[in-house]
Design a protein around this ligand. Structure first.
Ligand code: DI6
Ligand code: FE
Length: 406
C-alpha cells in the first residue's frame, strides 16, 4: 500500500495547536484505504509499499465542501442582470423568480441529465482538492422531484468513478412550489407526512435541512420538519439567520442540529446556544458576496464562545454560483476576517463535524486516507492565491487520482 514521505503534514489533530503540523512526516495507508500509520518519517516502520517522496510539500486532509446545492437544472444568469439593475434577491423571489425558477428547470430535467450536470460541477470542486461533498435537494419541491434530486446526488459518486464521497441532505422545505398557492402550512404537511417518510424509507438522505427565513419557512414550520426528521433518525441542519434574525441559530441548537448555516444575523444568545449544543457554524461567504449583503456573521462571537466554524461554497444557481471551495475560504478571510487557520480547519475538521463524520477531515490512524497534496509548503498560499488550485495530487481512500510532473 502506498506510503507518502517527506511531507509537511497538516493533520488538523485537535490535540495539537493550529493545523497540527508534522514536519518531515510520513503517512502509510492500509488495504482499506485508511491511514495505518502517521508521524515523523524517521519513526516510520519498515514498509514495502509504493513510495511517494513529496519533497517537503504540504499535505492536508482532502477538503470537505459541507454545504452545496449541486444538483440543479437551468441557469439564473438573467437574475444576475436583474440584480445588477437594482432589484433585490427577495423581490425577484417574490415575483416568481429565484428558487422557484430553478425548480421549474429541475423538474423538467431527467435524472441522468441532473447527474451529468452535477458531475461537471463536482469535478470543478475536486480540482480544488475536495474529496467529500454534501449535496442538498430543494429544487424539486414535490415527492417525485425531491426524490429524483436525491437519487441524482446518490448516483453522483458512481458517475465520478467513485473518487469522491457524497453526503446527501433533504431540503424539501426550501421554498414554496407554485402549486401550493401560498399555503405554507399545507406544504409543510406534505414535507412531513409524505416526503420525509419516502426519503427515510429509501435512505435517500443523510440529514434534513430547512430554509428558515421570512421569504421561506417560520420557526414553527421548521420545528415540525425537525420533529418528522427525528422520527426517521435523521440528523438536522438549518439555513438560519441569513437575511434576518428569526432565532434560527437557537432553534437549530435546541434540536441538536449538526450545523446552522449562513448566520449573518445571529445574535449572542444564538451563538451561546450553538456552543452548548455543539452545533457547527457553517460560514457561506459566497452568498453574502453575490447578494451584496452588508451584515456579516458574528465571527467574533463564535470565537468567544468556542463555536466550531466551517466554510463551504453553498454552490447553487442563485445566490452562490461558485464552484471553488478555495474561493469560499478566501472570501471568508477577506470579507469576514477569518484567519487562514480557521479557513483551513473550516474545510477539514469542522466541515466533517458539520456532516457528523468522525472518519474524515483529520489525518490520524484509522481515518480515511483522503489527502490533498499541494504544490506549496505554505497553508496561507492555498487561501491567498486564486486561480487554478496548486494541487499536485488528490488521494481518495489511499489511491492517488492525479499526478502531474512537479
Ligand atoms: N439560501 C441560499 O443561499 C440558497 N438557498 C438558501 O436557502 C439559495 C438558493 C437559490 O437561490 O437557488
Ligand atoms: Fe444553501
Amino acid at each position: 500500500m502506498p506510503v507518502f514521505v517527506n511531507a509537511r503534514i497538516a493533520t488538523m489533530d485537535p490535540a495539537n495547536p493550529g493545523l497540527g503540523i508534522i514536519e518531515q512526516g510520513a503517512i502509510q495507508t492500509d488495504t482499506n484505504g485508511r491511514i495505518a500509520w502517521i508521524g515523523a518519517a524517521k519513526y516510520l516502520p519498515p514498509s514495502t509499499g509504493e513510495r511517494h517522496d513529496l519533497n517537503g510539500r504540504l499535505v492536508t486532509p482532502g477538503l470537505i465542501d459541507c454545504h452545496t446545492h449541486l444538483v440543479w437544472g437551468g441557469t439564473r444568469a438573467d437574475e444576475f442582470e436583474m440584480r445588477l439593475a437594482g432589484r433585490s434577491y427577495a423581490e425577484i423571489s417574490n415575483a416568481g423568480g429565484g428558487i422557484v425558477s430553478t425548480v421549474k428547470a429541475t423538474r423538467a430535467a431527467s435524472l441522468d441529465e441532473l447527474v451529468r450536470l452535477a458531475s461537471l460541477r463536482a469535478r470543478a470542486l475536486m480540482a480544488d482538492g475536495v474529496t467529500t461533498v454534501e449535496v442538498k435537494s430543494g429544487y424539486g419541491l414535490d415527492t417525485a422531484n425531491e426524490t429524483k434530486q436525491l437519487r441524482a446526488a446518490r448516483a453522483l459518486a458512481a458517475a465520478l468513478s467513485n473518487r469522491i464521497d457524497v453526503v446527501t441532505t433533504f431540503l424539501g422545505a426550501h421554498a414554496l412550489p407554485p402549486e401550493a398557492k401560498g399555503d405554507k402550512d399545507r406544504y409543510i404537511d406534505l414535507v412531513c407526512k409524505e416526503m420525509i417518510p419516502a426519503i427515510g424509507r429509501d435512505k435517500l438522505a443523510d440529514a434534513v435541512d430547512v430554509f428558515m427565513e421570512g421569504i421561506a419557512f417560520s420557526a414553527e414550520q421548521t420545528a415540525r420538519v425537525f420533529e418528522a426528521a427525528k422520527k426517521y433518525g435523521l440528523p438536522v441542519k438549518l439555513h438560519a439567520d441569513q437575511l434576518s434574525n428569526l432565532g434560527g441559530a437557537a432553534l437549530a441548537a435546541r434540536y441538536g442540529a449538526l450545523s446552522a448555516d449562513h448566520l449573518e444575523y445571529t445574535d449572542e444568545a444564538g451563538a451561546i446556544a450553538m456552543a452548548k449544543a455543539g452545533t457547527v457554524a457553517v460560514i457561506l461567504p459566497g452568498a453574502f458576496y453575490y447578494l451584496r449583503e452588508t451584515r456579516k456573521p458574528p465571527i467574533e462571537l463564535f470565537r468567544k464562545h468556542g463555536v466550531a466554524m466551517a466554510v463551504a461554497s453553498d454552490a447553487n444557481p442563485g445566490s452562490s454560483p461558485i464552484l471553488s471551495l478555495r474561493l469560499a475560504m478566501n472570501m471568508a478571510c477577506i470579507l469576514f476576517h477569518m484567519t487562514v487557520e480557521e479557513a483551513i480547519l473550516g474545510v477539514t475538521r469542522n466541515a466533517a463535524k458539520a456532516l457528523g463524520r468522525a472518519d474524515i477531515g483529520v489525518l490520524k490512524v484509522g481515518a480515511q486516507c483522503n489527502l490533498a497534496i499541494w504544490d506549496s509548503p505554505s497553508p496561507a498560499a492555498l487561501v491567498y492565491e486564486m486561480g487554478p488550485a496548486p494541487l499536485l495530487m488528490r488521494v481518495f481512500r489511499g489511491i492517488a487520482d492525479k499526478e502531474r510532473s512537479a
